[in-house]
Design a protein around this ligand. Structure first.
Ligand SMILES: Cc1cc2nc3c(=O)[nH]c(=O)nc-3n(C[C@H](O)[C@H](O)[C@H](O)COP(=O)(O)OP(=O)(O)OC[C@H]3O[C@@H](n4cnc5c(N)ncnc54)[C@H](O)[C@@H]3O)c2cc1C
Length: 329
């Protein structure tokens, strides 16, 4: 039986997942309304590393040309730093660095161009929930927080990860020759340093040396608490809404696949909502795509907490580690 297209899709959140959902719904012939509380463009705490597979997903939502025009940095190498030890490898395919300031705005602009309406206030009853990750009360002290700032100075083509004191900090180039520095770590460590992220950087001599020639060009931004979660429980299959992006699954940012997952699940959610596909069929597709990175990220987080990350990274080739954290097709 031919499916009827649902006419009005309302989406909570206009980040990468929400904007992609709107574009997909509009491409299916529905109208789309986005509810977004923030003014765009805006900075957001993020490593701003986009894995190679993003090209295909952006092409699907007609955003590839705008992405290329924004001048993303090409990232060809990965370097892991544990104290004085280093592990380097070439990425199997080159990845990209683009600020969330540019990335989120270009996706939202794509949705607007196709006719999406954008509103500040929700009147309730949204079909697609793409409002980002939820924070539920985890134990103080052990909670994780993220931080980031852009730097100016010489840029290169590596994504570098520095591990120290139960946290890690990623460094990679973005558009305009800038470098993004973004970290994640436990509240009790940051608390002891009064959440002074310049001081956090100094606690890793290797990272401090890497950032030595660079100059910070914006204030540190901080976000948290961060909680890894997946919304695949039975109640989420019955409430008739389609969750996408971090609202569906927030995986350790180490995998560098959050944005890819947001665009992928957002697109699937927009199509499913527009075509009247059941939320449980939609979730079944998402579960297949997200199982692997979520499991690997869980193992990795335990390894960082117990000091085994160095041993693990020594045993697993960088290319394999990178491949293991990619979402399935
Ligand atoms: C420290 C850190 C580093 C990361 N690094 C990377 C990385 O390098 N690469 C990568 O791929 N991923 C990374 N991620 C993950 C990535 O940021 C997320 O996966 C991505 O932002 C998810 O997109 P989203 O659209 O689901 O949610 P969001 O980007 O959070 O967008 C949600 C939108 O909903 C809006 N909203 C929320 N509540 C409401 C409401 N009630 N009403 C209206 N609007 C609302 C928000 O303002 C926001 O614009 C990182 C995450 C963290 C925390």
């Amino acid at each position: 039986m031919p499916r009827t297209v649902s006419r009005n899709i309302s989406i909570l959140g206009a980040g990468p997942a929400g904007a992609s959902a709107a574009i997909a719904a509009l491409q299916c012939g529905s109208s789309a309304r986005l509810i977004e509380k923030s003014e765009f463009p805006r900075h957001k705490v993020c490593g701003e590393f986009l894995s190679p597979e993003i090209a295909q997903e952006l092409d699907r939502v007609g955003a590839w040309d705008a992405f290329a025009a924004a001048g993303p940095a090409r990232i060809r190498r990965m370097q892991l730093h544990f104290g004085k030890r280093e592990k380097s490898s070439r990425l199997p395919e080159s990845a990209w660095g683009l600020s969330r300031f540019a990335f989120d705005a270009l996706l939202l602009e794509g949705a607007r161009r196709l006719g999406a309406e954008v509103r500040r206030e929700s009147t309730g009853g949204e079909t697609v929930i793409a409002c980002g990750r939820r924070s539920r009360g985890s134990r103080r002290g052990r909670r994780l927080f993220g931080f980031k700032a852009h730097f100016e100075g010489p840029a290169d083509d590596a994504v570098e990860l520095f591990f120290f004191h139960g946290c890690y900090v990623g460094v990679n180039a973005i558009e305009g020759g800038k470098t993004n520095v973004c970290g994640l770590g436990p509240e009790d460590f940051f608390g002891r340093l009064d959440f002074d992220f310049d001081e956090v950087i100094r606690r890793s001599p290797a990272l401090a040396e890497r950032l030595g020639p660079l100059r910070r060009s914006m204030k540190w931004l901080c976000t948290g608490p961060l909680e890894y979660a997946q919304a695949f429980q039975p109640e989420f299959q019955r409430d008739g809404v389609y969750r996408a992006g971090d609202a569906l699954s927030f995986v350790d940012p180490f995998t560098g696949s959050g944005l890819l997952t947001a665009v992928k699940t957002g697109t699937l959610a927009g199509m499913a909502a527009a075509m009247g596909e059941s939320p449980s069929d939609y979730l079944a597709q998402c579960r297949v795509a997200l199982k692997k990175p979520f499991e690997i990220a869980g193992i990795f987080r335990r390894a960082v907490n117990t000091g085994w990350a160095e041993v693990l990274a020594g045993l697993v080739p960088g290319r394999v580690l990178f491949a293991l954290t990619r979402p399935g097709k």
